[in-house]
Design a protein around this ligand. Sequence first.
Ligand code: ADP
Ligand code: MG
Length: 705
Amino acid sequence: MNTPTATTAKPPRIIRQLPAHLVNQIAAGEVIERPASVVKELLENSIDAGSTRIELSLEGGGVELIRISDDGCGMTAEQLPLAVTSHATSKLPDDESLFHVGTLGFRGEALASIASVSQMTIRSRAEGEEGGCQIDIRGGVIETPGPCGCPVGTVIEVRNLFFNTPVRRKFLKTPQTERGHIVEAFTRLALANPKVHFVLRNGDKEMFDLLPTTRWADRIESFFGTEISEALIPIENQDETVQITGYACDPSVSRGNNRMQYLFLNGRHIRDRALQHALGEAYRGMLMVGRHPVCFLRMRMPADMIDVNVHPAKLEVRFTDSGRVYSRLLQTLRQRFLSTDMTHRVGSNPVPAPMSEEEQRQTVPESVMGMRPNEVDQQRQSVIEWARTGGPPSGSSATSNTQMLGGASGTPDFRPFGESNSIGQGSQSATGMTGQSAPLASPNTWSPGSAADVDSPRPSTAAEGIAMTPWDGDNSGSSNANDSGTAGSSHDAAQAAGVPTPSVSHLGFQVHQRYLVTQDEKGMVVIDQHALHERVLYERVCQKVLHEDASLEAQQLLVPEPVSLTPAERAAALEVKDTLSRIGLEIEDFGGETILIQSYPAMLPNKPPADMLRTVLESVMGAGRDPNPKDLLNHLLSTVACKAAVKAGDPLTPEEITSLLEQKDLYQETHHCPHGRPTALFFSRDELDRMFGRLGPRGRASVSP
Ligand code: ADP
Ligand code: MG
């Protein structure tokens, strides 16, 4: 059927064997993603070489220079050219050994890959050799092998990473970010090898000098400080095959993500979804929803129980019996928690925010007080319950458990629309919600989202506002006699004058502490209180920050609060420092892993500043790769709005309900919260009538389309 023509002819393609340098560049794409991958591979080699001291120096985030020197076994002049050839390794002496790998490396690819995308120099001297040998490789081409003087061990310098693969280079982030990734890689390897002396230098600044130690907690402390080291709960469990040792952390030092779960398997750092899940299960009932435990666990098992050859960068492993490993980890932790006096620990733990009560009182608005002790108290109760029954607190559904641990609903002085909100709506709501009256915004005066709406006080007198009887025809309950008395006539008058009737009655009530039920002239509206409040706040902060180019109000801390972060968090924080200050969160680099919080968004008074910073950073890191500053700002504003908004489960006073419903008028267009969930469900009277079997053909005709 298909007659070949000149245009559709398909001559056979030419298949060619790729030259070695191209093969290596392709392989490098899998193994070497960024400077941190180089650091990981080189550190692993130094550890495999039996080094007791390893020094790492960086310039320009590792892109300009990575230099690693070790005192390991070194290489001879004959070995050097082979070491930089692909698929050449000393770690698989026979073919069988792939199935019980005992070293970190085994693929024989790293040096060849790195050498193919950088300018690399290796100087090495093996034990018993007269002198050392040097080899230079530029973009995979070996330039000048020759003798050199050097001590036993190896020094590798990698310069100008990706100089010959510009596309890869373009994908690199700022030196600060790349350095953050390097520090994370360094952290993992230094944690896994506490008996090795590690030094990390960035430019001329020494970042870490980690003396060898047999106490793992010392090494952990030198990375994460006393906040973590004082919360370590030792874990130890061993059967014939699997050994688990290390530390699980007290629930008080939980995190909003699982990046602080350091798992090591046979000396190798791994990430494993199933094991992370097991950790989450072990802490069930002890952590607030959305929080993740912090752990440092070392597992040992026979090499033939795992396959390490499933990931190019060896980040993941496969277990021959993953179910067994999962349940071993879970059981080990559970048993440990049951035999530990967790109640005491939770109650008396070092509070993460290193501010004294007095300082907190001075810096944080009144409504916050009582929050933390209360929260701790609830957490303690839940742990007592958990420890007794091994399950969540009895009689509490998953939801009520969430609420209880969530804290916000238990805040005694909860004032969702009070003065503490920084952007001006506090006073506005206050004037609008006196007594039980239901002031209405007239659509003619209040157009959605304009600057005037946001900042000028809204009219609130009954005469101006009320145009319609709340709960048409049924004035029982909370509706005010005044309102209902005048309502009918003003409604008629308004219609006669051609004034469109306002869309929402601001009387509503709360059901199940999460929804508000109200009406407009066409039917019934059920509103998600959190989603609406979030939307309202989001519009306001966007107006202020994006359109008026102002910053959110900042609450200054009398004493700047130090927070220790993971290297990646810290790098992210410093990179977006300016954007953070636009939302009122001012930070300073303090050196090491510490950052000082100088002020925080005044809209978020009932979160300890350190937690708040971490929440914001999670949001920053979740914003995707390299967002432009405006997108990031927008993203952060939606985070602030979400965190500042009332939550499902927050009881609202009638005034607060009215105030929230009033604000809906300002943002009629916005039917969705910033996350895209609906803020309100609408049931037209037509629909209700139909559902109740009231709507005849004539009834239908009377309803406008
Ligand atoms: P692999 O680590 O998978 O064997 P690499 O390409 O990383 O592959 O290294 C190739 C070989 O070079 C290693 O097997 C090892 O023999 C040698 N080598 C690399 N780095 C060092 C070092 N720092 N000290 C001693 N030998 C090294
Ligand atoms: Mg290697």
